[in-house]
Write a new protein. Structure first.
Lengths: 493, 112
């Protein structure tokens, strides 16, 4: 009878993933079957010899090895097939990986070749550009200009004024009408040579201010034209000039553009600087530098002002402003008390006025010979405006400031002229004699046919400080020369 | 008898024999021969693969015993196998009834 060890030889070679006992279970089961069949043949009805019995069992059973192999295969088929599928997948992945490697290698080769070609091309382009740049003149950037300040002491040929704080503030439209807006500004100190370099800056209108060691504030509005650099020499006096000064407004050699269909008048504003206000009391409608000077992040120096118009014949007229003469927004205070925007009266009409282009002079245009002002420190600025139509006395009229284009036609590099007294230091308090309301008179020369404005000093009261209105300003760079200078002359302060 | 007629019924016959009680391979063959009056004889080449297949299908379970110094593997019907046997019996009755109807035979089918 066939032994189980003989059947075992028929099975496939053992595998690592073969369940433990599978092989022996198959062999034992088949061996038991063969043994039972053999015993039955041997001892059953019509018993026979062992050889015949074994032969008959095997004849009926068939090949035990084949049966054993089938059982083993059925048990292992799932594992073997899974392994074959996994192997096939790995082969596919490996083949794909090798393929991608070669594809990447080929691509890198192409990229390397492309980069080499690009480098050669770039080198050729750089060489070409260098040859072009050396052959052609340097291109001008019309949007950005160089602005350099040269600060000197006392006179134009004086020593450098070092360590002074300068401020440059951009005015978008360049005119007075835009000063009510808040524009960005930057600050630099002059170096040991008195130089300040703000370059590059966009062309347009700017305020340039200089704070001297003595606390004087020098201020100038400049217009930088596209593509044109500006170098400005600013004389910084140690002492405030005193005495009579002359403001000149001359139209000699100026041809008015046809676009101006009215008359060009001179607008003068006389500011009184006599009290401080806190920024949070004036709100956004009242922005430096128009009508005030920012002292620090919180405090502003506000100015009272009156406005006069001077016609081409030199006659002076009182202009009817929303805030005229000594009327100031109520609620402003110098004690830092909280005043809301509502009770200051600053926003609303004034704010709208600041942003408008056309101003109403009022129902009546009243000629005046002089302005009566209370004691205090003052500054004066002047600007060309256009009245439409030519007013008669008592007639309603409007006027507007010159546009940027008109200024360009005029050849004006200065949008306005400014003469400023030195503002008091924030800690200083002006001694204003109670009741002494008429201590200083600004007279505008009505006899001059060339528009000359003369500021005349009145006798100073005894109790007025050194920087009182008697310390009248003068127009160093403007006298008689018109507006075309744009250089060394800056207002005295 | 043509063994082809038996091929489709091997698993049903095995389940039927084991449903009477645990049994092993050789005993199953002998039971089938006895109960079919010698008409049917399960070939071992078909018996054991069918037994192992039914075991993998969880229709049969198995256990081992010692007999005359040999290991013997017994099979018994599982609950799932019992449900499968009932379903195959029903199928067989319908099949036999159809065949008999076609052949014009009146054969009483023993219903268990």
């Amino acid at each position: 009878m066939q032994d189980s060890s003989d059947i075992s030889a028929e099975l496939p070679a053992p595998r690592d993933d073969e369940p433990e006992g599978l092989r022996s279970d198959i062999l034992d089961e088949l061996a038991d079957h063969l043994s039972c069949a053999y015993q039955r043949e041997l001892h059953g009805e019509g018993g026979t010899d062992s050889r015949s019995a074994a032969a008959r069992v095997l004849a009926r059973f068939g090949d035990p090895g084949r049966v054993a192999r089938r059982l083993w295969w059925d048990a292992m088929r799932g594992r073997i097939m899974s392994q074959r599928i996994m192997t096939a997948a790995l082969v596919v992945i490996a083949v794909a990986g090798v393929g991608m490697f070669f594809a990447t290698w080929q691509t890198l080769g192409n990229v390397r070749t492309y980069l080499e070609d690009s480098q050669e091309l770039n080198a050729a382009l750089v060489e070409k550009l260098e040859s072009l740049s050396s052959a052609a003149p340097a291109a001008t950037n019309y949007d950005w200009c160089n602005l350099r300040l040269n600060l000197v002491e006392d006179t134009a040929d004086g020593p450098p004024a070092a360590g002074l704080t300068t401020t440059l503030q951009k005015l978008s439209g360049g005119g007075q009408t835009d000063r009510g807006k808040s524009y960005p500004y930057t600050t630099q100190k002059s170096d040991e040579d008195g130089l300040v370099d703000y370059s590059p800056v966009p062309y347009g209108s700017y305020y340039v201010t200089v704070q001297t060691d003595e606390g004087h504030l020098l201020k100038k509005e400049i217009v930088i034209r596209p593509g044109k650099d500006m170098e400005l020499t600013i004389v910084c006096p140690h002492e405030v000039p005193t005495g009579e000064a002359e403001l000149a407004v001359s139209f000699d050699g100026v041809t008015l553009p046809e676009t101006i269909d009215g008359e060009v008048w001179t607008l003068c504003r006389v500011y009184q600087q006599d009290f401080l206000a806190w920024a949070n009391t004036v709100g956004q409608a009242y922005q430096w530098p128009y009508g005030g000077t920012m002292i620090d992040e919180e405090r502003w120096l506000l100015w009272k002002y009156v406005t006069v118009l001077i016609n081409p014949d030199g006659r002076m007229f009182a202009a009817d402003w929303p805030l005229q003469k000594n009327e100031m927004p109520t609620g402003s205070s110098d004690d830092g008390s909280d005043n809301s925007e509502g009770n200051t009266g600053i926003s609303g009409v004034w704010h709208e006025w600041l942003l408008s282009k056309t101003y109403s002079v009022g129902e009546e245009l009243v000629p005046i010979d002089a302005l009566d002002l209370p004691i205090g420190q003052y500054s004066i600025d002047a600007e060309l405006v256009v009245l439409q139509p030519t007013p008669e006395e008592g007639q309603q009229m409007t006027w507007r400031t010159l546009t940027e284009e008109e200024r360009t036609v005029f050849g004006l590099e200065e949008a306005s002229i400014g003469f400023f007294l030195a503002p008091p230091m924030p800690e200083e308090e002006m001694e204003i004699e109670p009741g002494s309301t008429v201590q200083w008179t600004v007279k505008l020369n009505t006899n001059s046919t060339d528009g000359t404005i003369t500021v005349v000093e009145r006798p100073k009261p005894q109790n007025v400080s050194e920087f009182a209105p008697g310390s009248v300003v003068g127009g160093g760079g403007l006298g008689g020369g018109g507006f075309g200078g744009g250089g060394a002359g800056l207002g005295f302060f | 008898m043509d063994t082809k007629l038996l091929n489709g019924t091997v698993e049903m016959l095995i389940l039927e024999v084991v449903s009477q009680g645990p049994s092993y391979g050789y005993e199953i063959t002998q039971t089938v021969i006895s109960r079919s009056d010698g008409r049917f004889e399960l070939k071992e080449g078909s018996l054991y693969p069918a037994l192992h297949r039914l075991e993998r299908q969880m229709l049969l379970s198995s256990y081992w015993t010692e007999h005359d110094g040999r290991r013997r593997k017994y099979y018994k019907l599982t609950t799932t196998g019992r449900k499968a046997l009932a379903a195959r019996r029903k199928e067989w009755r319908e099949f036999a009834s159809g065949v008999n109807g076609v052949l014009g035979l009146e054969l009483g089918v023993v219903s268990r």
